[in-house]
Design a protein around this ligand. Structure first.
Ligand SMILES: NC(=O)c1ccc[n+]([C@@H]2O[C@H](COP(=O)([O-])OP(=O)(O)OC[C@H]3O[C@@H](n4cnc5c(N)ncnc54)[C@H](O)[C@@H]3O)[C@@H](O)[C@H]2O)c1
Length: 422
């Protein structure tokens, strides 16, 4: 049973899924492993994810591992109808997803997956877990474990756990070491700069780029902007992160000083009002403002618009805001995340590693769910290393391994560290 827009789109969807598969070598290797070992045999997996070609490759991998997969959309706007059709018709996935579904249909789709009585829950925003706990408590009790993809979902799960309402253990995939390095630093670092360039076509070399926030995202943006010839200034509130930026050779300044220097100002803090009303008087004529943080509150767009004398759209993802004194401010993607608003978000290679981690975590949960108390848990230690190993193999990179003597040396505590003898 499935509910998709048009099953006749399956052939087109199969093409898309195959295209994405080429860019997903790590997930392909996990799939081969799953086909041999069948770690999910006999288990129903309920997944509420973006129904895209990349996710389809995750679903097909779970099927290869022996799972019966039930899939609905975590956001009806990202659903690809042809992909949904191919998964339903060619891969036997019980898909309930239609692009642009209204709120009623969206809830019905999630309800259908919840009603299947999943043993394992894969969530992106926690909607499936909430549907189980609120509408079907007896089915929530039967869930063995789950995993959650987004910071928002993790917040909701922690709130459920704190209220004693969470019936099963959930692994949080949003902030693993692999995600921080691959997705936040390299993926978002690249795609944010990509978004700024696509939106404006400016030359970065010789310009001053201000990066607000030196977490993995800010770090990635800063190093890419510098590599393209920009002078980079960082703003921070955390002393350790600020020190990291200084030792990396960046100038660190408070925003009130940095705002007057930037030709481009990019926010990546996860905080609000980082570029605010009080900075408007300081901005240079023609400054480009972009945001890479999750929500559209990092640049106070309302204050900016309120101060405007004139607002014109000058390019598809760029508005020029003219201030009363004649200075122009160029706002990208309305202050929403610029790598999605003006570019294509994360490249498939990034999704490859994220989904490989998710597939391996799902297999781990199938075996070890009994060890997880209800609550939110970190990804088990060796899965990140396994994903990194598979990616390195796909890139053709070999690494050293410890000798027996080295392993003993690293774990010995009885003998002195200095052996003498020169
Ligand atoms: N665009 C994307 O595709 C994408 C991908 C991953 C993460 N994100 C988002 O990007 C943001 C940053 O992610 P991260 O992983 O680097 O987070 P992080 O929390 O590790 O880093 C944010 C940094 O900003 C600093 N900060 C907070 N308030 C500040 C302020 N007022 N001025 C200056 N610095 C301030 C913090 O001290 C911290 O060091 C988050 O909102 C995250 O959700 C976006």
């Amino acid at each position: 049973v499935y509910e998709v827009a048009d099953p006749a789109l399956a052939a087109e969807g199969a093409e898309r899924i195959a295209w994405a598969e080429h860019a997903m070598p790590v997930l392909r290797r996990v799939r081969a492993l799953f086909a041999a070992e069948r770690p999910l045999a006999g288990l129903r997996v309920g997944a509420c994810l973006h129904v895209t070609a990349e996710t389809a490759n995750l679903a097909v991998t779970l099927v290869a591992g022996g799972a019966e997969v039930h899939l609905c959309a975590s956001n009806p706007l990202s659903t690809r109808d042809e992909v949904a059709a191919a998964l339903a018709v060619e891969h036997g996935v019980a898909v309930h997803a239609v692009h642009g579904a209204d709120a009623t249909a969206y809830r019905r789709h999630i309800g259908a997956v919840a009603d299947a009585g999943p043993h394992l829950v894969l969530d992106n925003g926690c909607d499936l877990a909430v549907a189980l706990h609120t509408g079907r408590p007896e089915l929530a009790e039967q869930v063995l474990a789950g995993c959650e993809d987004t910071p928002t979902g993790v917040l909701r799960l922690r709130a459920m756990a704190a209220a004693g309402a969470l019936a099963f253990g959930v692994v949080a995939l949003d902030h693993t070491p692999t995600r921080r390095i691959v997705d936040h630093r390299h993926g978002t670092g690249q795609s944010t700069v990509d978004g700024i360039l696509r939106a404006t076509n400016i030359l970065l070399a010789g310009r001053c780029v201000v990066v607000a926030g030196f977490g993995p995202v800010g770090h990635g943006i800063a190093e890419r902007a510098r590599a393209m010839g920009a002078t980079v200034v960082v703003t921070e509130v955390d002393p350790v992160r600020a020190l990291d930026a200084v030792l990396d050779g960046y100038r660190v300044l408070p925003m009130r000083d940095a705002a007057a220097l930037g030709d481009v100002i990019v926010t990546a803090t996860g905080n609000r009002d980082v570029v605010a009303a009080e900075h408007l008087d300081l901005l240079r004529d023609g400054v480009v403002l972009a945001n890479a943080g999750h929500f559209d509150v990092e640049i106070d767009v309302r204050a900016l618009r309120a101060a405007a004398q004139e607002i014109r759209r000058v390019r598809p993802a760029a508005e020029e805001i003219r201030l009363p004194d004649g200075r122009r401010v160029v706002l990208l993607a309305e202050g929403r995340i610029v790598n999605l608003g003006a570019a294509e978000g994360n490249p498939p290679a990034v999704m490859d590693m994220a989904f490989a981690e998710q597939a391996l975590t799902t297999a781990w949960l199938a075996r070890h769910h009994a060890e997880l108390a209800p609550g939110v848990h970190a990804v088990p230690g060796n899965i990140g290393a396994e994903v990194a190993r598979l990616e390195l193999a796909a890139l053709g990179v070999a690494l050293d391994s410890l000798t027996g003597a080295q392993r003993r040396y690293l774990s010995a505590w009885e003998s002195p560290t200095w052996e003498g003898g020169g």
